[in-house]
Design a protein around this ligand. Structure first.
Ligand code: NAD
Length: 360
């Protein structure tokens, strides 16, 4: 198969969907790999490394002209023109929050497989996990930064110092993002509260963190109470493939302390905080009712080298299956089939259809 890897063009996105090692693996299996010139530079991967691996350097148009295009982020408006019927697109899509892109994919008849809904039988999301690990760890790092006074925050050090209480970090959603955010916050000495609806998850975290974090069941009154005492609130809720539920209302945000910070990592699914809106690395925050809001939709893009390797370690085995078998790979691998989002103008992911009011 001919596989194309275009350069990412979303604002400040420096990841690339394939490493030279990945390209070499595919070339060795008899595939042709077309890399847009310069696609890896943002992650410190030079064109020569790709050509040495057997890949061909091409223009953006040629990369998009391949039978399968492997990307990192969802296509943005200026890439919609590349979508076509005989294209297999393998990338993050987040269609539940992307009305225009969903229509573009359906209109073009493109077959698209979304990384974030590829799902193993145990319910885990293997292609979301690596970026969730990065984003969760970054959520605390960014939260700590924006709590600093010169960044517009309350002027609070997460860990406090001897004789001064540490900051309170409240993490809403105790999955991969939430747990990684909590680990970093704990490591910095903050007081951590984790909120989730999954009691088993809370039991597990209570066991492994041995009383070093507080776990709370997700109910409206519990969330309201915790939001009011948070210095840093991390939104990390997920209902796979669906828009995130708005668990923190504008009303609750009003009760937060002046200069406290919210980092809503779930923003790529619309966000779980009512006052959040998408922001970029260029201009990451804005203030509502004295609370600093951070809603960067591609957080791992700030640490592209770590993220590129973390992501491609997990995507490559699936890209190999798609390259070897084409669309038939979906019939042979139930996890990949769950990632199928659009095919021949039909929306195949029910949660996306529900979120956008389109029949699926
Ligand atoms: P996950 O499935 O591991 O965890 C989600 C958690 O939310 C689960 O533990 C689930 O029980 C919990 N949850 C569901 N409904 C809830 C409710 N009503 N109250 C409390 N908890 C609830 O998912 P994840 O990998 O941690 O991802 C979390 C979010 O972060 C997703 O929206 C994902 O797309 C997003 N994400 C964003 C970025 C970014 O750059 N902004 C990067 C990676 C992931």
């Amino acid at each position: 198969m001919i596989i194309g890897v275009p350069k990412e063009i979303k604002t400040l996105e420096n990841r690339v969907a394939m490493t030279p090692g990945g390209a070499e693996t595919l070339v060795r299996r008899g595939h042709e790999v077309l890399i847009e010139a310069g696609a890896g530079l943002g992650s410190g991967l030079k064109d020569e490394e790709y050509t040495a691996a057997g890949a061909k350097l091409v223009s953006r148009e040629e990369a998009w002209g391949a039978e399968m295009v492997v990307k990192v982020k969802e296509p943005i408006a200026e890439e919609y023109g590349f979508l076509r019927k005989d294209l297999l697109l393998f990338t993050y899509l987040h269609l539940a929050a992307e009305d225009a892109l969903t229509k573009a994919l359906l209109g073009a008849g493109t077959t698209s497989v979304a990384y974030e809904t590829v799902q193993l039988p145990d319910g885990s999301l293997p292609l979301l996990t690596p970026m969730s690990e990065v984003a969760g760890r970054m959520a605390t790092q960014e939260g700590a930064r924006f709590l600093e006074k010169p960044q517009g925050g309350r002027g609070v050090l997460l860990g406090g110092v001897p004789g001064v209480a540490p900051a309170s970090v409240v993490v809403l959603g105790a999955g991969v993002v939430g747990t990684n955010a909590a680990k970093m916050a704990m490591g910095l000495g903050a007081q951590v509260t984790m909120i989730d609806i999954n009691h088993r998850r809370l039991q597990y975290l209570d066991d492994v963190f041995a009383g070093r974090i507080m776990t709370i069941t997700s109910t409206e009154p519990n969330i309201r109470k915790a939001v009011a005492y948070a210095d840093l609130l991390v939104g990390a809720v997920l209902i796979p493939g669906a828009k995130a539920p708005k668990l923190v209302t504008a009303d609750m945000i009003k009760t937060m302390k002046e200069g406290s910070v919210v980092v809503d990592v779930a923003i790529d699914q619309g966000g779980c905080i009512e006052t959040i809106k998408p922001t970029t690395h260029k201009d990451p925050t804005y203030v509502v009712d004295g609370v600093v809001h951070y809603g960067v939709t591609n957080m791992p893009g700030a640490v592209p080298r770590t993220s590129t390797f973390a992501l491609t370690n997990q995507t490559l085995p699936y890209a190999i299956k798609l390259a070897d078998k084409g669309v038939d790979a979906l019939k042979l691998d139930g996890a990949l089939l769950r990632g199928l989002s659009t095919k021949d103008g039909v929306l195949t992911c029910p949660a996306v259809g529900e979120a956008l009011g389109i029949d699926s």
